[in-house]
Every structure is written in C-alpha cells, then in structure tokens.
Design a protein around this ligand. Structure first.
Ligand code: GAL
Length: 799
C-alpha cells in the first residue's frame, strides 16, 4: 500500500457553513497537524476549542489510478469526524485518539478534482468517551495528526502482526484484503543491517494467515538498554512474481511479563521507572508533527533517564511510539477516558471500539508492554470490562491487560492491578501497602501515578517548595525500589498541562509536571536524571540566597547527583566532600545527599578550637540554622552541654553563629560544588549572588525537514545568572522574531516564569535559511539560525 501525504492544501473554518461545505465560502489555508484554535498558555478559555468546524480540500485523482483501490486515512481527528467525498458522507468516526481509514475507490472521480470535506465536532460531546463528566486535561480539537491517501492493488496486505514468543521465533499473522489464490506471500525478517535472517514463502489461500513461524537463531533482544529492531517485510506477489504490495513492520524480540512479584523483561526482573505523559504542547494543544513527538521521547530517555512512560489517558502519536521502539522506552498505553462511564450502551460500545482500534493499530510496537483496557480511574463495570479484556486477549495474546484505578480492592479482571497511589504527603510512608489495595496477591501490582495534585509545583514557587517537590518524588521512588512486590511506578507527570476550570490553578494549568509546559526542567527532574549511569548530574536544592528563607536559614537542603562524591568550596576554600550514602534513600542507586554542613573545619581553624569542641559547636549551630525557633529539644540539651563542657558562653555561641553560619552582615559567599566520578570532576555548579543575567537556549534541532508535512523545532529559553543558574525572579517579557524560511508557533512575546519559557518555530514550505531572534530588555539578544529542507511529499509522487 502506498501512503501519500495529504497534510497540505486544506482550508479550515471554525464554524462550518453550507457555503464552506460547497466550496463557495472562504476558509483559512492550513496544513496538518492542525489545532482548531491556538490558545494562550495561561487562562485559556476552555470553550474556545469547542466548535463544529470544517476542513476541506481538493484532491485530484489521475485517470491512471482507475482500477486501483483508494482510501483516506486520518491519524487523529478530535473528536467526532464525518468524512464527505464529493458531498457524500463516507464515514463517521467517534473518538479523537485513534486513527481511522475509509475506502473511497467508488466515491472518487478519476481524471478530475474531488472534494473532500471533514465536518469535525471538537465539542465535549457526552456521547463519546472521554466526555460526559469533568476531565482533568484539555481535549483541544482539530485534525491534529497526519492525513493520507492510500493506494493499493485489488488485493493488498491489510495487516501484519508479529509476536516473539521466545528469542528464536517470530510468529506472524497476516490479513490479506481480497485474497487471490494465484498470489504468494513472502515474509522476510531483516536485521539492523537489512540482512535477511529468516524467511518464508506461502501460497495465498485465504484472507488470514495465522501463526506463521520464522525461526531466528541468536536473535538480539530488545530492551530499553539495547533497543534492537528487526524489520519484517510481508510481500505479496502475483503469478508473474511482480510485487503488488509490501508491508513493513519493526520487530523487537522481547518477552514482557508481569508476575505477582514484579515485571520481567526477557526473563530478567526489571523495575519500571517512568512518568505519565499527556500529548499536549503550549499554544497548539495536540497538534505537533513527528519531530516534536520524537523530541519528547528523547527528553524522557536522555534527560529524565526513565525507562518507561504511560500515555495517559489515551493512545498517542505513532511517531511517539515508533521513537519509543527505537530509543528503548517501555510503554503502558490505555483507552481514552477519565473516571466517567456513561450509563449508555452506545457510549460503552465506543469504549470497546477504542480498545479494538488501539490494539490493532499499536500491537506491533515492541515498546508497548501493557494494555490499559479500563477508563482511567473509573468505577468497576464487570460487563463492560469483561468485553474490553476479551477484545484485548483475542487481538493480542502476547500482552497482558491492566486498567488504572483509584479504587481499593476493585474487581480485577485484568492481569495487573494498576493503582494511583496519592497517599504520600511528604511526611508519611511513601506508598500504601499492596495487601490493602489489591484483591489478588497472585497478580502483579503497578503504581500508575503518584504525587501530582498532592503537591503542585510551579517554577515560580519558593525554593523550599520546589525542593519538597523533588524530595517527594525521591521518597516514592525509594519505596518503589525497596518493595519487591511493586512492578514499578509512573510519576505524575512529565510536564505541566492545560486543564479544565474544575482542576488546576485558576489559570487552567495543572502544575503537576516535573517540567513546565515547554519541557523546561524543574528541580524534581534531577531525582529521575540521577538514575543515569552515563550523563553526569549535579544540582543543588537551593540557590543559597539567604533572602529566600525565613530568618535567612536555608534549612533542609539536598544535592542531587549520580557522582561518587561532591566537594563543596565556600569562597574557594574546600569545606567538605559529601558522599551519597544515605540510609533513608538506600534503595536508590544514587540517593540525594542531605546537606547542611557549609562550615567544614572552618570553626576549628578560625577559632583554634580542638576538633572535638569545634565539631560539637558546629552541630548545634547548624541545627539552629536548620530548625530555627523549632529547634528540637535534643539540640537544646546538646547546646547546653557544649556550653558547660567546653566553657563557651551564649554570647560566643551567638557570635559564632553569625560569623560562620548565617552570613548576615558579611559579603555573600560563593559556593562551588564539584561532582567527582572516578577521581575526576565531571560536573560543577556555582551558587552566588549576581545580577549578570543572560539568555540561554536549548534547541531541539536547527535543521528542519519537511517530509510529509511541516516540521517544528522547540526552543527552550532560560534567563540565567552568570553561573548558568535559572534567574528565578526574572519574570521578563521575551520577544521573538522569525525571519526567512521559518515562522513562530504561538505569540511573538512570552514571559519567563521562574526564569524559564520557550517557543516553537515551524517551516513554511519554503527551502532556505531562517533566523529566530530572541530579545529582552535586560539581556543581550540571541540569534538562532535554522535551515529548512524539503524531502518530497504529496501527490506529485505519482508522476
Ligand atoms: C489522577 C488522574 C490524573 C490527574 C492526577 C493529578 O487522579 O488520573 O489524570 O488528574 O490525578 O494528580
């Protein structure tokens, strides 16, 4: 089957009219992926995306295509799409999160222009999941993924499903449309170098071929560490040996099994460590092309160093899944929905259709290890969920099922009890006991969400709050790693997201992310990043500015690192080398280092005290700094004992506190931290007061390539101080100007929040160079250069 992009050449109208439908009224020229409404980041009006809008396009079909079969395919149309070809309705599709295809062979006029119209209902229509009650995320609208014209012979390979029951066999099911017994089906398994490592040839005898086995010796296993992909090619040949269709599928040899004691990948126990991801972006909601989907996988893998992601609460872009296959991320995906099940058979039927579409469309992705066949956090409905489980098990015998609950001991028709454990308050135990929650100890137990609304955290929150956010993630992860009976956990969530007015802060954002909406890092990302064994991580839980804290005391503080140790220098004087040994976090491979001592042996040397005396005094002084007026009695007694034992007066205590601890009335110190790995300094962080701010950018890529549609690059922008720390309080307007072959997605002025913001640039169908100039009134400007290439697409492919 040939896929021809029809992402270009659409005309759009917000409220569809007869004139628009008839191609007489005007529309706006758009390209897909498209959002029905660009929205502001804060205070988005949720009704602004709700409309019955129209998309239309001419489609010229050459005479030469007569005799072939043609289809239209939409990869994502939020939320109810009616497709018209030459004024005739050819299909209605319910649900915005799965692709759909319709055959239009007999509806098209050959050698002429055809009229394609999509009447798209983006409203929160109570008749279609996830709608009917409140939902904690914005659902946007539009033809927000790609669209295709598909071209096939009379007989073609409709579907291929490859399983790997063991490391030496691929089991293949093939479905052939209009099978012809004169045809042969050839199956080839290719390795990474495109070398054939297994093959089979079969006479076509019917529409379905099942359990066709190809033996492979010494196959390379697929895992997050080694995401080795093979390609299965299914070739349909006619009696003359001409290829009449070819279908390619990526294959990963892996066995993924959840058992009562955890998750096993290729026979090895494996702790799942992930985050939840919504598919939204600032300004354009869901409508981002392949490069941005792939960039999110790269961020998960290379910046957050997780090994898994949950696509909450719906199936996400094929580009995202394909990148998870390539880069090695385990995926838990699920049917669309949020808490609500409508008491209505048609609504439930759409849930079943969604499950079926999800499995048929995604079951070849080796990255997917579990199907969510319940509406997230819905009540038990054994009738409905018996059906969804049956669909999943019938369509895919290679994967287990689950469904995410907040319910304790709910009816468990699935293989895995997935639970959203929001019990952690920062002080208590990090997770509830499994026996309390799961009704069946023989089945696996997975934490599908934690933290989230329990501790919303903005980049503009106080440093104490931001540190607490990070520590809560560490607390839960430590517990997950401690408990052998937990298969793994997904933190809520990857980045802040827009939501309905019933949730979130008043500005319709849930600040639950470990990153902000532009994917800028909050401190909590360092807890995840510290799992990395390759990329050095070093961050300090405080910028060490006394004015940020009551009484000038930083209080509780941590260093996040994956190094062997961290050295602290105060005004270039070595204070102490901290080791990441922490009893509390001993289950984490690289625990956060609790850190209070900014004094080292300075008192001993400065005052010429004995080591014992200096250490005893230091302990009391640091406790005073840490706890302030809430000093625990233990330290009050200790201080009294030290005064008596070492003959130190309260006045001396007081003086020493201000001289060595409080830094009040002295020049602000410069703190420098060095992360040491294998004896080498691998990372450095300096915290010092300075007003020398400048702009810093992280760009996803400067070469943009139009393949099937426009391309986008993300530009993460930070205002930083002289030491590259976020200048947290620089709430500066940042002005953006695009020139040449690119344009800005969203507004041309954004505001730094907690020193962070961002933008996106997109191609315009023009080859050449483009520049993005970023300015603010308080910094030097930055200019980024992009080059734009076009690598063929569209209908011209036929000629
Ligand atoms: C969960 C829900 C998520 C999100 C989260 C916030 O209950 O499944 O979608 O709302 O709470 O913490």
């Amino acid at each position: 089957m040939r896929k021809i992009s029809i992402c270009d050449g659409w005309s759009f109208i917000e409220n569809i009219t007869d004139e628009f439908f008839n191609f007489t009224g005007e529309g706006t020229a758009v390209r897909l992926p498209h959002t029905c409404k660009e929205v502001p980041v804060h205070y988005m009006e949720e009704s602004s995306c709700q409309m019955i809008c129209g998309y239309r396009r001419h489609l010229e079909i050459p005479e030469t295509l007569k005799g072939r079969r043609l289809f239209l395919q939409f990869d994502g149309a939020a939320h109810v799409a009616e497709i018209f070809v030459n004024d005739e309705k050819v299909m209605t599709h319910n649900g915005g999160y799965t692709a759909f295809r319709v055959e239009v062979t007999d509806k098209l006029v050959y050698g002429a222009e055809n009229r394609i119209v999509v009447r798209l209902n983006t409203r929160e229509d109570a008749n279609v999941p996830p709608f009917g009650h409140v939902i904690d995320y914005m659902t946007y609208g539009g033809l927000y993924r790609e669209a295709w014209l598909l071209l096939a012979d009379q007989s073609y390979v409709e579907d291929v499903f490859v399983r790997t029951p063991d490391m030496n066999h691929a089991l293949i099911d093939v479905t052939i449309s209009q099978p012809d017994t004169n045809h042969t089906l050839e199956l080839y398994l290719l390795d990474k170098q495109k070398k054939v490592v297994g093959q089979k040839s079969l006479k076509v005898s019917g529409a379905s071929i099942t359990n066709c086995s190809i033996a492979v010796s010494n196959s390379h296993a697929w895992s997050p560490e080694t995401p080795y992909l093979y390609t299965l090619v299914a070739m349909l040949k006619n009696h003359n040996e001409d290829i009449i269709d070819e279908y390619n599928v990526s294959v990963g040899f892996r066995q993924a099994v959840f058992r009562s004691d955890g998750f096993y990948l290729n026979g090895k126990k494996y702790k799942i460590r992930g985050v939840n991801r919504h598919q939204s972006y600032p300004h354009v909601g869901y409508a981002m092309p392949a490069s941005m989907q792939i960039e999110d996988v790269r961020i998960l893998k290379e910046e957050l160093h997780v090994n898994a992601v949950r696509t909450s609460h719906y199936p996400q872009s094929k580009h995202f899944l394909a990148a998870c296959d390539r880069m090695g991320l385990l995926v838990f995906t699920e049917t669309p929905g949020w808490q609500h099940i409508k008491n209505d058979e048609e609504w439930k039927q759409i849930v079943c259709e969604n499950v079926e579409e999800m499995i048929l469309q995604y079951r070849n992705h080796p990255s997917i290890i579990l199907w969510g066949v319940r509406v997230n956090e819905s009540q038990d409905d054994d009738v409905l969920y018996s059906k969804t489980n049956e669909i999943a098990r019938r369509l895919d015998q290679s994967r287990q099922t689950s469904g995410v609950r907040f319910l304790w001991r709910s009816s468990l028709l699935e293989d895995v009890y997935a639970f959203n454990d929001f019990s952690h308050t920062g002080k208590n135990g990090a997770l509830l006991p499994r026996w309390l929650i799961s009704p069946n100890k023989k089945k696996a137990y997975l934490i599908a969400e934690f933290n989230g609304h329990m501790f919303p955290t903005k980049a503009t929150d106080t440093p104490t709050h931001r540190l607490s956010h990070a520590i809560r993630h560490a607390n839960v992860l430590n517990e997950v790693y401690k408990r052998e009976d937990i298969a793994g956990a997904f933190g809520w969530c990857m980045f802040d997201y827009q939501t309905h007015g019933d949730f979130g802060s008043g500005d319709r954002i849930c600040y639950h992310g470990i990153m902000d909406m532009y994917r800028n890092h909050k401190l909590a990302t360092k807890v995840y990043a510290s799992f990395s064994e390759e990329t050095p991580v070093l961050e300090v839980g405080s910028d060490m500015h006394i004015g940020d804290y009551p009484g000038g005391s930083v209080g509780e503080n941590y260093i996040f690192t994956n190094a062997d140790s961290v050295r602290l220098y105060k005004n270039e004087r070595m204070i102490r080398e901290f080791m990441p040994v922490n009893n509390k976090y001993r289950y984490l491979p690289h625990p956060p280092i609790e850190f209070y001592d900014t004094v080292g042996n300075v008192i001993e040397e400065g005052e010429k005290y004995s080591h014992k005396k200096a250490e005893a005094i230091k302990e009391c002084l640091l406790a005073i700094q840490r706890f302030g007026t809430a000093l625990p009695p233990k330290y009050i007694f200790k201080a009294m004992w030290v005064m008596l034992r070492h003959l130190v007066s309260p006045v001396t205590f007081y003086k020493l506190f201000f001289k060595y601890i409080e830094n009040w009335g002295v020049s602000a110190p410069v703190y420098r931290f060095e992360a040491i790995k294998n004896g080498q300094v691998v990372a450095e962080v300096t915290k010092a007061s300075n007003a020398n701010i400048h702009l810093d950018t992280t760009v996803s890529g400067t070469t943009l390539t139009e393949v099937n549609t426009f391309d986008v690059a993300s530009v993460r922008i930070r205002v930083v101080d002289a030491n590259n720390n976020n200048a947290t309080y620089s709430h500066l307007p940042i002005f953006l100007k695009a020139e040449g072959a690119i344009e800005i997605v969203g507004p041309d002025c954004v505001t730094a929040e907690g020193g962070m913001c961002g933008t996106y640039v997109k191609t315009t169908g023009i080859v050449g160079d483009g520049t993005l100039t970023i300015t603010s009134n308080q910094t030097e400007p930055i200019q980024l250069r992009f080059s734009v290439k076009i690598e063929g697409s569209g209908i011209s492919e036929w000629n």
